[in-house]
Design a protein around this ligand. Structure first.
Ligand code: NOJ
Length: 443
């Protein structure tokens, strides 16, 4: 959600979107895991209240399309006006955030029985424990058409499938931890079924992971969409299927990032006021016409720019851990653009001790930082993050104080800290004093 302010320049965003809330709560789960003392209790309290709120949504008699209902009013009632529904990523990402929290809670010495009652077992505790119900819903409905994260087209979407896959992989292990072996086996079957379909999104002729297959949005002819990067950020299950450093993912990052160069006039500004290099302003997709209020010309988005940075940092961590990089004809365009100094060639493997390897890693870090610098350069001096920044002037546009914009900056900065080996960073952020006004909910 964001401030409920509607005028000619600002849309009405004073709602709770299931997706935005869950992606924000995923950040809270990370902070909870690294926090101590009273701050940890604050985050824990937010989570148990979030769990109750999700059960209220699940049980609402006014749901129009079941658990994939995308949007609620701030009093908790269903938003019943016409909208792109269902959006079946929501049950998956809500379950993921709650499972992240629960695993951290148990790892910190919390009782499994607390989690079973207050988070997991929807059959016995339908008014406080939403996770099992959302997971079973995903296992039964993942193949149904759904609106995408941009709420524009009912089809089969890479982003939605990725988060559903991760929910099933995590859910299978989590159900076992909850001693619910029959659910665990249903979820792991769904995980493998989804994994098979994920491969079909790569189009070798275009050298691109398609953001959707099936009906496609009119005019979106490039098939390039930052939703693919967001699919890895929120949906990578850690099992090697579409990791950040996957060649197809890198090829797609290259095509998506560079697709905005001819579209946004501000992309021609290459350095900030102090001569530091800026990255490319990143939006949802090059053909976008949503301007933050209505339809004219699309703009770069803060959360998309942060997502591109995060992709680069996470790819760098994976490749550093792997200790070598093999360049294929699929990944070659990415490396030629983002690490030209490395002079890499198809079919070669570069070990971590070699100069090209180090140049590739520093290309990833340098560009990650450049994308974040672009984000910062277009952030107003008061630090408030809207949804978008104007393609011509760079000024903030659209919804004011969009929660997801802030969440995206935090996950990108967590990824950066990991990439550069700053192990104290997350705990530092997590233990910053929090406002004790607990009436504010993330949405
Ligand atoms: C529009 C975005 O396309 C969608 O992803 C988001 O959930 C809503 N705004 C709310 O932020």
């Amino acid at each position: 959600m964001s401030e409920n302010e509607t005028d000619a320049n600002h849309p009405s965003y004073g709602y709770k979107w299931v997706r935005d809330a869950s992606l924000t709560m995923d950040v809270v789960a990370t902070l909870y895991g690294a926090a101590t003392g009273v701050t940890k209790m604050f985050y824990q309290d937010l989570f148990f209240r979030y769990a109750v709120q999700r059960t209220q949504e699940q049980n609402d008699p006014d749901l129009i399309t079941g658990l994939g209902e995308p949007k609620f009013n701030l009093d908790g009632s269903v938003f019943t006006k016409p909208w792109g529904r269902p959006q079946n990523d929501g049950p998956a990402t809500a379950a993921i955030a709650l499972m992240e929290f629960s695993n951290a809670y148990i790892n910190a010495g919390g009782a499994v029985s607390d989690i079973r009652q207050r988070v997991y077992d929807s059959a016995s505790f339908p008014n406080q424990a939403p996770v099992r119900k959302d997971l079973i819903f995903v296992a039964q409905n993942w193949s149904s058409p759904s609106f995408d994260l941009w709420e524009e087209e009912e089809s089969t979407h890479f982003y939605t499938r990725m988060v559903q896959h991760r929910a099933m992989v995590m859910g299978a292990a989590f159900a076992k931890r909850m001693s619910d072996t029959s659910t665990a086996s249903k979820l792991s079957t769904a995980a493998s079924d989804i994994a098979e379909t994920l491969q079909t999104f790569f189009n070798s002729r275009r050298n691109l992971i398609l953001y959707e297959i099936g009906p496609v949005l009119a005019g979106k002819s490039s098939f390039k969409d930052t939703a693919v990067m967001l699919g890895a950020i929120h949906g990578y299950a850690g099992d090697g299927i579409y990791a950040f450093s996957n060649d197809q993912m890198l090829a797609t990052a290259y095509q998506v990032a560079t697709s905005f160069l001819p579209v946004y006039p501000i992309a021609s500004q290459h350095s900030d006021g102090q001569g530091r290099i800026l990255g490319i302003p990143i939006g949802r997709y090059p053909e976008d016409v949503y301007d933050g209020v209505s339809s004219s010309r699309g703009n770069p988005w803060y959360l998309c720019t942060a997502a591109m940075a995060e992709t680069f940092y996470r790819a760098s961590t994976e490749l550093s851990n792997a200790g070598s990089i093999t360049v294929s004809n699929v990944s070659l365009p990415f490396w030629k653009y983002f690490a030209p100094q490395a002079g890499v060639r198809t079919g070669r493997t570069y070990a971590s001790s070699t100069a090209p390897f180090q140049q590739m890693i520093s290309g990833l870090h340098g560009w990650g930082d450049a994308f974040l610098r672009t984000f910062k350069f277009h952030t107003p001096t008061d630090g408030h993050l809207s949804e978008e920044y104007d393609r011509d002037s760079g000024y903030a546009m659209g919804a004011i104080d969009l929660t997801w914009s802030y969440a995206s900056l935090l996950t990108a900065s967590f990824a950066r800290a990991e990439a550069i080996g700053n192990t104290a960073y997350i705990a530092y952020l997590a233990n910053m004093p929090v406002a004790t006004n607990t009436s504010a909910t993330a949405g």
